[in-house]
Design a protein around this ligand. Structure first.
Ligand SMILES: Nc1nc2c(c(=O)[nH]1)N(C=O)[C@@H](CNc1ccc(C(=O)N[C@@H](CCC(=O)O)C(=O)O)cc1)CN2
Ligand SMILES: Nc1nc2c(ncn2[C@@H]2O[C@H](COP(=O)(O)OP(=O)(O)OP(=O)(O)O)[C@@H](O)[C@H]2O)c(=O)[nH]1
Ligand SMILES: [Mg+2]
Length: 428
C-alpha cells in the first residue's frame, strides 16, 4: 500500500499548517525529516531537516499507530509554522522520499472507509461537516458523521435478517406435524422496519434543504421595492435598484445564515404583462423559481392582491411602509422598518421544518431506503398469498437487507465512491 501525504489545513498563509502522512511508511518517512518520533499520541517539538541537513522548520510532531488513527494506517502529522514557503519545503522533502506520493482529494478519508474506521454514510457526513457554514448544517452533519444513520440501518438490518431467518426456518420444517406460525412476528418486524424507514424517507427532503440551503423568493409588481428589500435583508447592495419599473431581470441570489438555517434569498423581476422581450424572459424565470422556492415573500402595493397564488406558508407584506399611514403588515427596505420582523418570520417558518428531521440526509439514502420499503411491500404481499410463497418472501427480505447494505457501503459501492470523494478537498 502506498504511503500518502498532503497539506491537511487550508492553503495560504496561516498561524499553523498541518501536513498529514498516512501509510505503512509514515513513521519511517517522518523520522527521516524530524529524527526520533515522539511516542504515539504525544506531541513532541522537533527540528525538521531535509536530506542535505538543511533546517526546514521547528514543528510539533504527532504520531499515530496503525489501527488507532483517523485513517487506520500509521499516521504522522507535522504542525508547522503556517507559511507558504515552509509548507512547500516540507512537501517537497516528503516528495523526495521513495514510496511516498501526494494524496488525492479525499484519499485519507477513503483509507478510513477501506479500513473500516468509517462507513459510507459517515464519509458523507464528514464531507458535509467540512462544507458546513451554518449551525443547522453543522449539527446535521455531525450526527451523520457520528454514525446515527449507520446505527439505525444496523437495527433495520438485524430485524429483517431475523424475519428472513424465521421464514426460512419454517421452510425447513414444513413437513413437521405442528408447524409454528411465525407470520405474526415476521409481520410485526416488517411493519416496524417499514414505519421507521418511511419516517426517515420523509425527513430527507428537509435534510437536503439544510445541506444545500432553503430558497426564499421575493415577488411582486415592478417597482414595489423588492430589490431594495433584498439589499436591506442582505446588508449589502447585491441588486441594482432604480425608480424605473422593470429594473431587475435576472434572478439575483444572496446566501444568508438565518439563526443557523442556510437560506438563499432570490430577488426577481417584477411580475406584470409586458411587450418587452427581455423583461418577459425575466418574468418567466421569476415565476419558475418562485414555484420551486420553499417560501415566497410577496410585496404588494396598497390593498392589491399578489400576482401569483400564495402557498399556505407564504408571507404577504405591504410595500413601502414609510409612505403608508397604517403600517401594520408593511415593510420598507428603504427605512428598514419591518425588516427584522420579516427575518424573524422567515426564520420561524424554516426552523419549524428543520425541527423534526431524521438522520438520512441525501437522495442516495432516500433511494436505498425506498428500495427497501418497496421490497418489504412485496414480501408482505407474498405472505398474504400463503405458506407456499414463504421462500419468495424470505428472498425479498434478503433483497431489502442488500438495499440497506448499499446504504452504509457494506456491499460493493465502488461506482458511487468516486462521486462522493469528488467533493472532498485534498488533505481530507
Ligand atoms: N490533528 C488532527 N485533528 C483532527 C483530525 C486529525 O486527523 N488530526 N481529525 C480528522 O478528521 C478530526 C478528529 N478525528 C479523529 C478521528 C479518529 C482519530 C483516531 O485516532 N482514532 C482512533 C483512536 C480513537 C481514540 O483515541 O479513542 C481509532 O478510531 O481507533 C483521530 C482523529 C478533527 N481533528
Ligand atoms: N419610499 C420608499 N421607496 C422605496 C422603498 N423601497 C424601494 N423604494 C424605491 O422604489 C424604487 C424601486 O425600488 P426597487 O427596489 O428597484 O424595486 P423593485 O421591486 O426591485 O423593481 P423591479 O426590479 O423593477 O421589479 C426605487 O426608486 C427605490 O428607491 C421603500 O420602502 N420606501
Ligand atoms: Mg428589482
Amino acid at each position: 500500500m502506498d504511503t500518502i501525504f498532503a497539506l491537511a489545513s487550508a492553503h495560504g498563509k496561516a498561524g499553523v499548517a498541518v501536513i498529514r502522512i498516512s501509510g505503512p511508511q509514515a513513521w519511517e518517512a517522518a523520522g527521516s525529516l524530524c529524527g526520533a518520533l515522539p511516542s504515539p499520541r504525544t506531541a513532541g517539538l522537533r527540528v525538521l531537516k531535509d536530506a542535505e541537513g538543511t533546517r526546514l522548520d521547528e514543528a510539533l510532531v504527532l504520531a499515530f499507530e496503525e489501527k488507532a488513527s483517523f485513517t487506520g494506517d500509521r499516521v504522522v502529522e507535522f504542525q508547522l509554522h503556517g507559511s507558504i514557503a515552509v509548507v512547500s519545503a516540507v512537501l517537497a522533502g516528503l516528495g523526495h522520499i521513495d514510496g511516498l506520493r501526494h494524496a488525492e482529494p479525499g484519499e485519507f478519508t477513503r483509507r478510513a472507509l477501506e479500513n473500516g474506521r468509517l462507513d459510507l454514510t459517515q464519509v458523507e457526513g464528514l464531507a458535509d461537516l467540512i462544507d458546513a457554514e451554518t449551525e443547522a448544517q453543522r449539527r446535521q452533519a455531525l450526527r451523520v458523521l457520528s454514525g446515527d444513520l449507520g446505527n439505525r440501518a444496523e437495527v433495520w438490518r438485524r430485524d429483517l435478517i431475523r424475519a428472513a431467518a424465521l421464514l426460512e426456518a419454517t421452510i425447513d420444517f414444513a413437513d413437521e406435524e405442528v408447524p409454528v406460525d411465525v407470520t405474526p412476528e415476521v409481520r410485526e418486524l416488517l411493519e416496524r422496519t417499514r414505519n421507521s424507514l418511511e419516517r426517515e424517507i420523509r425527513g430527507v427532503a428537509v435534510a437536503e434543504r439544510v445541506r444545500t440551503g432553503f430558497e426564499v423568493a421575493i415577488l411582486g409588481a415592478p417597482n414595489v421595492g423588492k430589490s431594495t428589500l433584498l439589499n436591506a435583508l442582505a446588508g449589502r447592495e447585491a441588486a441594482i435598484t432604480s425608480e424605473y419599473a422593470g429594473t431587475t431581470r435576472d434572478v439575483i441570489e444572496v446566501r444568508m445564515d438565518l439563526s443557523g438555517v442556510p437560506v438563499t434569498l432570490l430577488d426577481t423581476a417584477g411580475l406584470r404583462e409586458t411587450e418587452d422581450h427581455v423583461e418577459r424572459i425575466g418574468i418567466a424565470r421569476a415565476r419558475e423559481r418562485a414555484e420551486q422556492a420553499d417560501l415566497r415573500v410577496f410585496l404588494v402595493e396598497g390593498n392589491t392582491a399578489p400576482e401569483m397564488e400564495p402557498g399556505p406558508g407564504d408571507i404577504i407584506l405591504r410595500a413601502k411602509a414609510d409612505l403608508l399611514e397604517d403600517r401594520t403588515g408593511a415593510v420598507s427596505g428603504l427605512t428598514g422598518q419591518g425588516v427584522s420582523d420579516l427575518i424573524e418570520k422567515i426564520t420561524q417558518r424554516l426552523a419549524a421544518e428543520v425541527a423534526d428531521i431524521g438522520v438520512a440526509t441525501r437522495v442516495r439514502h432516500k433511494i436505498s431506503m425506498e428500495h427497501a420499503v418497496a421490497t418489504l411491500h412485496q414480501a408482505d404481499a407474498l405472505l398474504d398469498l400463503g405458506a407456499e410463497h414463504t421462500d419468495l418472501a424470505a428472498e425479498e427480505l434478503r433483497s431489502a437487507v442488500r438495499a440497506l447494505d448499499a446504504l452504509v457501503g457494506r456491499v460493493d459501492v465502488e461506482n458511487i465512491l468516486d462521486e462522493i470523494f469528488a467533493s472532498f478537498c485534498i488533505g481530507k
